[in-house]
Every structure is written in C-alpha cells, then in structure tokens.
Design a protein around this ligand. Structure first.
Ligand code: AGP
Length: 619
C-alpha cells in the first residue's frame, strides 16, 4: 500500500511533492520517486530506494528538478523488491508518459508478454511499468487529428478497461503540460481542490496543509485535472457521483509536534480520543447511548438476531472485546471473523444477521472485501471507522465515526481505544433494547465518562513504564496473558511489541498455557499478565501460579489496591479501578507504552517499522 501524490498549479511542484510524500510515508517507505514536467516540456524522473530523507530528498537536492506539474510515490513493495529500478514513477515505451500506482495489476504478466513480443523494453520487475506501457500503447494507437496530441484521458480509460486488479494511479505526459489523469479501483484516491492549483492523493493527510476541500473518488472513476478545474467520468456508469467534502482535521493534527514519534503522540492523545468517541452519544436520561449514523430504526435494531464482526490486526482484537461487550450487555450472539476469512468462507448466515466491520483507515482491502461480501448476500453492513470519507465508510449501510483524528503511527493505538469505547456504547445501545436495566447501563456510561481522566493518570506514570521496559528490553521472547475481557488485550499487547520491536511475542488466554505453550516458559521469557480484579481474577491468579512455579518472570497489570499480586509478581503496574467491561480501555495503554519504550531502547524506527504499512489496500 503505497502513497501517491499529484500537483498542478503555479507553484514549484518538487517541494510540494516531497513534503506530501513525507506525510504519506506511513503508507509504505521502502523507496520513493517523483516525475516533474518542466515548462519547456522535459519530463524528469528522480527515484531512489530507501526512506525518503535518506534517498529521494537527497537526490533531488543534488539534482534539482523544475516545473509546476508533477507526480510522486512512496512504495510498499508488492511486485519486485525495493530497488532504484522498481521505484515509481515508471515510464511507457516512448518515455513520454509517467505513472505512479497504488495497488496490484493481477494480469500484468499476460500484458507484459504481449509487449515483450512487440519489442518493448522493461527496466523494472513491477506491474506498474506494464501499466505505463499499456497506457502508452493505447495513446500511440489513437488517430491524431491535424497533428493534435492524442487524448491522455482516453488512453488511460482504454488501458484500464484491459486491467484486472486494484489501482489508484496518477498519470502525466510530456505532450500534455498542465494535465494530470487520476483513476481508482479498490485503492483510495482523492482530488484536493486548491486556489488555481489542484492535487491528487491517496490520503488527505498529504494535502491538508494546502486545502480542506476534497473529492473522494469512487471505484472506476477517472479524473482529468488541471490547475483551474477537474472533470470526473466513470468507466462503469454514464455519470460519476462527485461530492465535495471538507476535511474535519487541520494540518497540525497530522504533525508530530514535540513528540519524538507519532506513536507516542497518539498514545498521549487517547484521553481526548475517548472524549471525542463519547461526545454527544451518552443519554443519561434514557440511560442509553445514541448514534446518528446507523441508519436503522429501533425496530430494525431490535430485530437483529446475530452480529458478525469482521476486522483484521488490531481492529480484530477490538472485535474480540466487542464480542464480550455485546454478548454480555445485550445478550446478542456475536461471531468474530478475520475479514479475509469471512469474505472467502461462504459461511451460512441467518437472515437477521448484521455484519459490523471495524477499521481505522477505512481502506483495508480485506475488510472492504468482507463488507462487499455481506452486502452481496443481502445482509446489512455497518462499520466503525476513523478516516472520514474512506471507502468502507462510504460503502457501509450505516456506521459510527471514531473522531480520533489522524493516526499516522503504523502501530495503531488511539483508534484501538476509541473503537473499544464505541463498542461499549453500542453494547449499551443494543442492550437497552433487550435486557439491560437503566441502572446497569448508567453504571457503564459513568465508568466510560471516567475513563479519560483515568487514562491521564496512567499516562502520568510513563516514566515507570519506561523503567520497566528497560529492565526487560533484551528479552528474545515474551508472553502476554489475560482472560475474559482482557484476553484480547493480551493479544494486542503481543502485537504491539512484535510490530515495532521485532521481538517474538505471543498472546494467549492464560488458561490455554497449560495445554502446550507453558513448555516455552523459562527465566529468560517475561510473561505479562493482564489481571485486574474482575470476575476472572481468581482463575487468572491460579494460571499465574503455574507460570511462577516454572520461574517465568512475571509483570502484572493489576487493579490499584490489590496487595496480593505483589507477592506473586516480579513487577506490578497498577490500573485505576473500573468496571470489568471497561478494563480493556485502560489496560491497553500501559502495554502500548511498554512496547514503545522497548522498541525505542532497541533503536527501532517506531513510526515506520520494517515490512509494515499503515493501511493495507491489497488483499
Ligand atoms: C496495527 O497496529 C496494525 N497497523 C494493523 O494490524 C492494523 O490494525 C490492520 O491492518 C487493520 O487496519 P485498519 O484498522 O485500518 O483496517
């Protein structure tokens, strides 16, 4: 999942493209490149393997490019390893057309074969270069009226009709000064509307410093963009649906500010993220929660017989907590599915089953696939999403926005805690239509209201967590254990540590250890227990004793005032007291900080961990 950018206007394109790529890097950062068309019609490409500031930015500094039109790309390799040659942009056979692409061209081998037979020369191993040659081929085959250049828009449309796969692309040509063509299918693409300048990008973070007026393109849309105007047509329909939206966040929110990493900034933004998730949604008078965008009547909500929650990664861990919340507070059967399994498993679904998908980015292809599968089978598909205007949000039948603000750090943090907060509200909302009493609901809502201040008190102990992290940072393996509501938090703690510190870590239900994994326990393998004083406390304590008996070092996340735990754990971090269903919101934060400080102490690039990207837009 790459990041693409296009600029046409009166300003110098190169600095705008580089700054935008800097903001897009969390989408992929193994190589980057730009193509700029100078006013005298020269198309110049600069591209380099490696992170932007070490590679491309230095190259452009040494070999500057001029021009007011350009495209750029930051890459997460799918076809061909990270290298200068495989970096984007890619040119067509004539060298006059440049393309940047986010997605996968599935039939690229067959197309490439055709061009190799026709004598084309390819310089890279990428599917995108094949797409560039395909566009160039259609461009060259167009009849030329009175020596007029062919239509670049037409060439792109004709080429895309031959393509199988996903794409978000931006295309420029040396024969068309002042023109960028953009198109999307499966990968996000946005037009940014400026003052005598326009942008194309895969993510609004890249352009919010220039404009907050955007158009989120739909699948099969093809946009023809100049500095003064843009036109959108749709390959599959007579007319394209074009709606201008206003971005709800400001440029500063997408900046790191004084924090050393976006991940740390976003961890410290969690009290506000929870406040934003709660804002305007608690109704103490009716002792319930209210949502404006579910697009379902009370009767329709009451007729739901089963909920399938689809998600991946950290969002999948939130789904597991959602299962406990909705089943316990609303007595509604819930099934949690990996989105990628749900969309291919063809599971039998009862009529009154609703699919709920969870996604920070709203662009995860696996989760978009699950949503489209449920809708194809005639089921209502709802979503909880952070990125406003994202594809999943726009294609859902109804949904709830997190309003957590931009999340740039690849390791998801505030979106996780925000999702847990919204799932708690949703469970109360559905529960109050079924068997949840006003008193029980009010207790939960009060505990949610108290959470932001409790998160503040946890964040205030960051130094203590850093000290703990340094004590265990040299370990090669970790276990994270929990039970009931905290079992998914153990999974999340393990994922956070894995994805940013590259330490092997496993999350398990504490009760499952004795059925095998306990064989791995030894004095060098720290075991983190998420063990608040909830209904699973005694049972988890018994599991903890089994680990202690095998001399595993124990770090316990316990409830303040729990004096017993000190006698059986090597280190204890105390959580403020709350209700059982709310401990996941509090317990996630110390585990995020533990992973963060261990990764920093090991010199890892926390915001751009190896092999990862923020939004996975390929299946
Ligand atoms: C989490 O830290 C990872 N970035 C990843 O597992 C992520 O949660 C997953 O790709 C789902 O992303 P989404 O919530 O944007 O759909």
């Amino acid at each position: 999942m790459c990041g693409i950018i296009g600029y046409v206007g009166k300003k110098a394109a190169a600095p705008i493209l580089l700054e935008a790529l800097r903001r897009l890097q969390y989408r992929g950062y193994d190589s980057a490149g730009i193509a700029v068309l100078s006013d005298d019609g020269r198309l110049t490409v600069r591209k380099k393997v490696g992170k932007l500031d070490d590679g491309l930015a230095r190259l452009v500094q040494d070999q500057p490019v001029t021009g007011h039109l350009g495209i750029g790309h930051t890459r997460w390799a799918t076809h061909g390893p990270p290298s200068d040659e495989n970096s984007h942009p890619h040119l067509d056979q004539s060298g006059k057309i440049a393309v940047v692409h986010n997605g996968v061209i599935e039939n690229c081998d067959r197309l490439k074969e055709r061009f190799l037979k026709a004598g084309h020369i390819f310089r890279s191993a990428t599917d995108t270069e094949v797409l560039a040659h395909l566009i160039g081929d259609h461009y060259d085959r167009q009849p030329r009226a009175n020596g007029q250049p062919a239509s670049l828009t037409q060439a792109v449309c004709d080429a895309l009709r031959e393509v199988i796969g996903t794409y978000g692309i931006a295309v420029i040509s040396s024969e068309h000064p002042g023109l960028i063509i953009g198109a999307r299918r499966g990968s996000p693409l946005i037009i940014g509307i400026g003052d005598n300048e326009n942008f194309l990008t895969s993510d609004s973070n890249a352009i919010v410093a220039h404009t907050r007026q955007v158009v989120f393109l739909n699948d099969y849309d093809v946009a023809t963009v100049t500095a003064e105007r843009f036109d959108v047509q749709n390959l599959g329909a007579d007319t394209a649906k074009v709606q201008i939206s206003r971005l709800e966040f400001a440029s500063e929110e997408a900046e790191r500010g004084a924090y050393s990493h976006f991940m740390l900034k976003e961890i410290f933004e969690q009290p506000r993220a929870v406040e934003n998730a709660l804002r305007g949604r608690i109704d103490f008078e009716a002792a319930t929660a209210r949502f404006g965008g579910l697009n379902m009547t009370v009767a329709e909500l009451r007729s739901i017989e089963r909920i399938v929650i689809g998600a991946t990664g950290t969002s999948w861990h939130a789904a597991l907590v959602g299962e406990y919340l909705i089943e316990q507070l609303a007595h509604l059967p819930v099934e949690v599915e990996f989105s990628h399994e749900f969309s291919t498993r063809n599971a039998p679904l009862q009529r009154d089953t609703v699919l709920l998908v969870l996604s920070q980015s709203g662009e995860t292809a696996d989760t978009l696939g699950a949503l489209r599968e449920a809708k194809r089978r005639g089921h209502r598909a709802l979503s909880i999403i952070n990125v406003v205007g994202s594809t999943i949000a726009r294609e859902s039948d109804g949904g709830i926005y997190m309003h957590a603000g931009p999340e740039i750090g690849v390791a998801s943090t505030k979106a996780f805690v925000s999702t847990l907060t919204i799932l708690s509200l949703l469970a109360v909302h559905l529960g109050r239509m079924r068997m949840l009493s006003a008193a029980q609901a009010t207790e939960i809502l009060r505990a949610l209201e108290a959470a932001p201040a409790q998160l503040q008190s946890i964040l205030a102990q960051d130094a203590a967590i850093n000290k703990l992290a340094l004590k265990y940072a040299s370990a090669d393996d970790f276990f994270f254990l929990g039970r009931g509501y905290t079992y998914p938090i153990a999974l999340e703690g393990a994922l956070k540590l894995k994805e940013i510190s590259y330490i092997h870590a496993e999350g398990y239900s504490a009760a499952e250890m004795k059925h095998g994994p306990i064989a791995l326990i030894d004095p060098k393998t720290p075991v983190v227990f998420v063990i608040p004083q909830d209904s699973m406390y005694e049972k988890t304590l018994a599991n903890l004793a089994m680990i202690r008996a095998r001399r595993g070092p124990i770090i316990a996340l316990a409830t303040e005032g729990d004096t017993q735990i000190q006698n059986v754990a090597d280190d204890v971090f105390y959580l403020p007291k709350t209700l059982e269903p709310i401990y996941p919101i509090l317990a996630a934060v110390p585990l995020q900080l533990l992973a963060y400080h261990i990764a920093v102490s090991r010199g890892c690039d926390v915001d751009k961990p190896r092999n990862l990207a923020k939004s996975v837009t390929v299946q």
